[in-house]
Ligand binder design. Sequence first.
Ligand SMILES: [Zn+2]
Ligand SMILES: [Zn+2]
Length: 249
Amino acid sequence: MLCNPCLIPKQGTSSQQVGAVPASTSITPAAPSGLVPRPPHSVPQPPRDPSRWAVPCPGIPIEWDADTFYTTYPFQLHAPNAKNCAPYDLMIISGIPKARSPQCLGGTVTLEGIQPCAKCSRLTLDVKIIRERATHSFEHIGNHDDLNADQLRGKVAAVKEKMNILKFKNLDLEDSVQRAQARLAEWRELFSFIGQNPISIPALHRLLANADKKGWSPVTTLEHCQLAKAGKYTARNYTDYEINLAILL
Ligand SMILES: [Zn+2]
Ligand SMILES: [Zn+2]
């Protein structure tokens, strides 16, 4: 690979370029025509403009289980409008996810290969935090914006289950409301029958006392009222007052 100084155009055009040396020393009269003398190497400052990187920075690898990467990595953290934005750019190169700093300084060539810049190297902890968060169940993540696809699926399943329980509870409630309404209608019918026959039900007071003592339902009480009105039933549970009155007479 060519380094920066090697890319300097031909003689005499740009003595101001980085790495170029004064024309008097760089151009040797003895040089054969067509050959451009090489200026001596100098260490270039890494340019800030990524389009001028001499060696692209490889970033740092995001260590993640390859089988589950696409379902457990929280991709939404890289959305431009993300609330909890990841502090690095995500790159997937040949299937390997990598993190690169938005302030990347460009790579450095060493004997071991191209090394990531200092800015990218500092991302290790940020990646670790995001990886750690992805291993938890959704209940342990406070902010919904941080959930990955798997965690969201878990949450959907849990919400569905909760909804089912509520649905059954609601059905139970509807049932008991219906039963209460039916019972209320029975009481209304009884009350209405008594209201319409205040004197044609013999011994109504004894009948009601009986109903209360024996715990009759409104239906049973109504039946006794109807029987009493038809002369087929007379409550015999005389009150003390009635007994005393009878004795006196
Ligand atoms: Zn970098
Ligand atoms: Zn957890």
